[in-house]
Design a protein around this ligand. Structure first.
Ligand code: DSN
Length: 417
């Protein structure tokens, strides 16, 4: 693979090979990562990267759009069809620019926004203080319930009535339960706010029918395209007709220049894949796997935020096992299990070494692993927790995991290359 890169740039070629090996040999549990298909990879690495296309189909500032216009219209049509959206914009470079375009299109600077606090599972762009969304807007943050770890719509309604936000953001990066989008919409309607749902983490579950869709309830839905949706790295907006013009204008020319047409090509391919029965079964398997992983972790004495999961991720409080997030995540990586350390709600520990680990099943499910493999993985996590300071023991587990991974092909990765 990558013969031209090998000739032109041996250093980058070496890194490609190493990354190929890493992604094949390890159990990848970061819930926002996946393995895209060979078709998505090919479209991402295609000649559409050579073309500039500022504007929208039929209204560009450069000539030569015969194929790009057709491509972008195709991706939009597939996105609208798959998610039942009135309008779609496939140009955002990723999730953060997509969210920013919504703010820029619908709000004035200083307007009040209401989003889930980052340490409670929200995202930087939901109004966290260090983000532009937390400094250029008046950001009020809601939290999960202190006792249950669940989103609490009564608490949210009270806060919304008091703060009168112009926009409410629903959606999360570390929330293991189903989100009641209809309930969010009722609160937004009551206080006269726009509702933005950021479904980046669960877009593939929504596409595959494994999580209720926010599209009927929200004014606008933002998403990345590379998590459970299993497309290229990019962003997308699904909009109601009444807000689409303002938001399209905010994406271009408000925030971005030319769209990444190679990404649009790969997104079109991914959307076609996501419309299949096979993808529906994939989406449901992600959830079954997360639940199997959660159950076995509970048996090993780990504490789970909300006690389990309804979606693709499990948020584990590892402190009852006598450790903290960062050293355990590092030991797991050494042993061949890749995850990220994460705050848990109301975490007394700092973000650089919080109490939790965030684990997810999208990538391992793509490799064809099932509930039995999830239980085996949970057993390894427990074992690593015990031997986390013992390099030889971690190396031994890494060998077992390498062998285990060889039974599960990874799309886009050729063994031995
Ligand atoms: N970085 C993403 C995640 O891991 O959840 C969110 O943008």
């Amino acid at each position: 693979m990558w013969r031209a890169v090998e000739t032109t740039d041996p250093e980058v070629h070496h890194l490609l090979q190493e990354e190929n090996r890493r992604q094949f040999d390890k159990i990848r549990l970061i819930p926002s990562e996946n393995y895209v298909s060979r078709a998505v990879l090919e479209a991402t690495g295609s000649i559409f990267t050579n073309k500039y296309s500022e504007g929208y189909a039929g209204k560009r500032y450069y000539e030569g759009q015969q194929n790009v216009d057709t491509l972008e219209r195709l991706a939009i049509a597939r996105a609208r069809e798959l998610f039942g959206a009135e309008r779609a914009n496939v140009q955002p470079y990723s999730g953060s620019p997509a969210n920013l375009a919504v703010y820029f299109g619908l709000l004035e600077l200083g307007d009040t926004i209401l989003g889930l606090s980052l340490p409670h599972g929200g995202h930087l762009t939901h109004g966290w203080s260090v983000s532009i969304t937390g400094s250029y807007y008046r950001s009020v943050q809601y939290t999960v319930h202190p006792e249950t770890g669940l989103l609490d719509l009564d608490m949210l309604r009270e806060l919304a009535r008091k703060e009168r936000p112009k926009l409410i953001v629903a959606g999360a990066t570390a929330y293991p339960r189903t989100i009641d989008f209809e309930g969010f919409a009722a609160i937004a309607a009551e206080v006269g706010a726009f509702l933005l749902v950021d479904m980046a983490h669960i877009a593939g579950l929504v596409a595959g029918g494994a999580h209720p869709s926010p599209v009927p309830h929200a004014d606008v839905v933002s998403t990345t395209t590379h998590k459970t949706l299993r497309g290229p790295r990019g962003g997308m907006l699904l909009m109601r007709r009444k807000v689409a013009k303002r938001i399209n204008k905010a994406v271009f020319p408000g925030l971005q220049g030319g769209p990444h047409n190679h990404t649009t090509a790969a997104l079109a391919v991914a959307l076609r894949e996501a419309a299949t029965e096979e993808f529906q079964s994939y989406a449901h398997s992600i959830v079954k796997n997360a639940q199997a992983l959660a159950e076995r972790l509970l048996e090993h004495g780990f504490k789970l935020v909300t006690g389990g999961t309804d979606n693709h991720l499990v948020l584990v409080d590892v402190t009852p096992r006598g450790t903290t997030g960062k050293p355990l995540a590092k030991a797991l990586d050494t042993a061949g299990i890749v995850c990220n350390y994460n705050t848990v709600p109301f975490d007394p520990r700092p973000p650089m070494d919080p109490s939790g680990l965030r684990l997810g099943t999208p990538a391992v499910t793509t490799r064809g692993m099932g509930p039995a493999e999830m239980r085996r993985i949970a057993d390894w996590i427990a074992e690593v927790t015990e031997v986390r300071d013992d390099e030889a023991a971690l190396a031994k587990i890494a060998g077992q995991i390498r062998e285990f991974c060889h039974n599960f092909p990874a799309p886009g990765i050729e063994l031995g290359s």
